[in-house]
Design a protein around this ligand. Structure first.
Ligand code: ZN
Length: 190
């Protein structure tokens, strides 16, 4: 297992440092063989899909994003809360915030982080969930499945939030609204 880095390099670059066939680099150097053509078309498809998602390949200086994260911190919004809003891993946001060696960040990611403000985060603040769980337990007793409730609540992976843990303020509000709608008969079991 595990070819060395040197061997891997030998695989992508032939003798005299020419990129070998089946790579985008070889295509860019002008090779139009079948393997290079396929590698290039796969690459183009990936790029087109990324562009549709609004991703650019541009990098911008990270300093502005770090200042923004630090400002949010002072307003009581930590990296965990920012991560919850963006639905990304908290470790990643932390690494952006304190990354000293990191100078740049992808533009589309920077835009998303910069769009987070203290108002948006209050929704993601973690709050006591015991009232919400009383409601959820009632609904489970009525025979609604956790899966169905999770889906209605728009929770991640369509599951109920973890019992005994705090919930986001948004989730607490969703539970209230769901209960009301079910009682008013405005929602039907799927
Ligand atoms: Zn080729």
């Amino acid at each position: 297992m595990g070819s060395s880095r040197l061997e891997q390099k030998a695989k992508t670059t032939g003798p005299s440092n020419e990129p070998s066939c089946g790579t985008v680099r070889a295509y860019n150097r002008g090779c139009r063989c079948l393997r290079c053509g396929r590698a290039y078309s796969l690459y183009r498809t990936d790029r087109r899909q990324a562009q549709k998602r609004g991703e650019t390949r541009r990098y911008i200086p990270i300093a502005k994003v770090q200042r923004h994260l630090k400002k949010l911190s002072r307003q009581g919004v930590g990296y965990r809360a920012v991560a919850a809003v963006l639905d990304v891993c908290p470790t990643y946001i932390q690494s952006v915030k304190v990354g000293r060696r990191r100078k740049c960040i992808r533009e589309h990611i920077a835009k998303r982080i910069l769009a987070v403000d203290a108002g948006a985060v209050s929704d993601s603040a973690l709050v006591n969930s015991s009232k919400s769980w009383k409601v959820l337990n009632k609904l489970l007793e009525r025979g609604y499945s956790g899966r169905q409730l999770g889906r209605w609540l728009g929770s991640r992976f369509g599951r109920l939030p973890e019992r005994g843990h705090r919930m986001t303020a948004r989730m607490v509000r969703n539970v209230e609204q769901l209960y009301k709608r079910l009682n008013e008969g405005r929602l039907k079991r799927a």
